[in-house]
Design a protein around this ligand. Structure first.
Ligand code: MLT
Length: 206
């Protein structure tokens, strides 16, 4: 997959896996990663699917209607890519935190739904429920931050709560940061994610 890797100042910190929204690229979330922890290593990946020239991580049949077969295939492809990238770039495969926005948050949620050890944690900005009617793996203790908008027309508040409940039922520990905005990624939700990360991963109180 098209990607970049920046080795961080502190290799004991998690590696951030950056997953862009529809029409984005592997570098879009780099400033966001820097706001959350500028000493972490960063793996930025571009989605392999093109929707009228816009990169995505999996196909959709319509807005909010996912091509489930492709989602499953692409989730496996991304998980295997992270395995290979860890060997190639020398980062700890067991210490990867996804930072995803919109379509990127959806594939990150799909990694959590399908694989027990794909992610050590996830920061999901405006995710949806990637799939229904399936059992999740054991996610005991996996920390997940969800950034959500009370007026998000794509990822509605009910769906945000449903996603949080499904992840919690599988054992994940979920925090939701609500904003009174829509689908856009706001500065203040990134600050909330940064405070969450500092508290959980660095033992800091922000
Ligand atoms: C998706 O297709 O993943 C969601 O609808 C979000 C988006 O618009 O990309």
């Amino acid at each position: 997959m098209k990607h970049f890797f920046h080795k961080g100042k502190d290799i004991n910190q998690p590696t951030f896996l950056l997953l862009h929204g529809t029409g984005g690229t592997e570098t879009d979330l780099l400033p966001v990663a820097g706001m959350i922890d500028d000493s972490a290593s960063v793996l930025g990946v571009r989605g392999n699917v093109s929707e009228n020239g816009m990169p995505r991580f999996f196909r959709r049949l319509a807005e909010g209607v996912f091509d489930e077969e492709d989602l499953i295939f692409r989730t496996r492809e991304l998980n295997e890519f992270i395995d290979q990238a860890a060997v190639c770039h020398g980062f700890d495969r067991d210490n990867v935190i996804a930072i995803g926005y919109s379509n990127g948050a959806n594939i990150a949620a799909s990694l959590l739904f399908h694989y027990e050890h794909a992610l050590g944690g996830a920061i999901l900005f405006h995710p949806m429920v990637p799939r229904r009617g399936m059992d999740l793996p054991n996610l005991t203790g996996t920390p997940v931050f969800i950034g959500a908008g009370t007026n998000d027309p794509i990822c509605k508040p009910e769906e945000t709560k449903e996603l949080a409940e499904r992840l919690e039922r599988a054992g994940a520990s979920v925090d939701i940061g609500w904003e009174n905005f829509g689908h856009q990624l706001t500065h203040s939700e990134v600050q909330k994610a940064a405070a969450w990360y500092a508290r959980l991963f660095k033992g800091e109180l922000k």
